[in-house]
Write a protein that binds this ligand. Sequence first.
Ligand SMILES: C[S@@+](CC[C@H](N)C(=O)[O-])C[C@H]1O[C@@H](n2cnc3c(N)ncnc32)[C@H](O)[C@@H]1O
Length: 439
Amino acid sequence: MPPNRLYFGDCLDVMREDVPDGSVDLIYLDPPFNSKRLYNAYMGGAQWVAFDDTWRWHEAIDDFDDVAGTVELAGMMEGMRRILGEGPNLAYLSYMANRLRECRRVLTERGSIYLHCDPTMSHYLKVVMDAIFGRKNFRNEIVWYYKNASRGKRQLAKAHDIIFWYSMSDDYQFHRERILVPFESGMTEWRYTRGGQRGQPMPTGKTPDDVVEMPSLNAMAKERVGYPTQKPLSLLERIITTSSNEGDSVMDPFCGCGTTLHAAQALDRQWTGIDICVNACKVIETRLRSHFDIIWSDVEFIGMPKTAEDARTLAEIDSFRFERWAASLVDGMEANRKQRGDRGIDGRGRIPVRKGEFVDIVSQVKGGHTGPGDVQAFNGARQEAGADLGVFTCFADRVTPRMRDAAANAGRFMDVPVIQIHTIEDYFEGRAPRIPRPL
Ligand SMILES: C[S@@+](CC[C@H](N)C(=O)[O-])C[C@H]1O[C@@H](n2cnc3c(N)ncnc32)[C@H](O)[C@@H]1O
């Protein structure tokens, strides 16, 4: 198995299906924060919604049941339900708890996990982390002070994120000698000539404290790739250096544009990245190719077909993964978080057209047989979902003239057809559906 792997998919499924128990030395995760926002990406001259950080209870009931069904976590989840009620916050926490539980399963006995969050949910997440990893394994609450604060008019300006560091046991990696910072002036001489440590070899610096002062990436930063919420490479380099050795395996289950993978590759660690956004995976591939002479046979891309033939194979062997991939081929489209009970809709997206104005798009995927009745039914599902446009995705050899007629009969919106048939072959040949672009 190649040492480095990039997966397109939900990290819960990927970890459950593909990551063995006790196989990862270090996990860093920077999941959505429950900010109730849409995050736009700006790449290749286009703008699209990269991910949606809004949470709905009905989409997280399975996660809640999974976690609350375990002996160790039932009490904590029940307590959260009482405090928060069945709404977006409990949905978010259930989603996170289920994935953090898998993180624990895949970590080695000496492993560490760094969970990046912010004060929106950090107080609840710490309770979840205590329940999953054990309070005694809590190592630090790291404050990342990024300085360029938002403006505070009725309260203080927000200028920090939180990173919780937990280990799996008391025997964890902490390479303090690699991250020492200089002593404040005067300290050294006083300590080592008069204190109890007289005669000891003088260290070259002191252990840094748990506040990391580091600017976030501004729009002009050289390392910026245009993906929202991109974290600075130096932050990840510091974490990886502190808690792992060369050759160790590092995993980022919410890897975005691949900052962790970039840092891990630069520091000679093996890496696994997972993201649920097809475009994020594409950005990562470009990013790594432009920075490293990686031996590409050492990297495996999973869940992302590279040709129409690959896509056909994926549809045959794993129709669920195929659907998720195909539902998000259009920039800005995201597969449903929940695949069951989707009422004929497999993916959704919002494309900004003017400030504060969006076009809502839905998609449906058919990996096998299809016909004009499916196109008509999809248009009905689109109307029911209140979307402006619909993208119907299938293989080219399934499309018939009567299907094209059914699509044309759905009419037009902002000068583009309301229902468009977009084949897998169109995608690989670089043809995208017509989407109204910003005016
Ligand atoms: C805050 S961003 C991570 C940014 C990243 N640290 C970087 O520097 O680029 C969160 C990412 O999690 C992804 N995501 C959300 N839910 C996911 C899931 N269930 N499995 C995998 N990735 C997910 C989103 O697509 C998004 O790219």
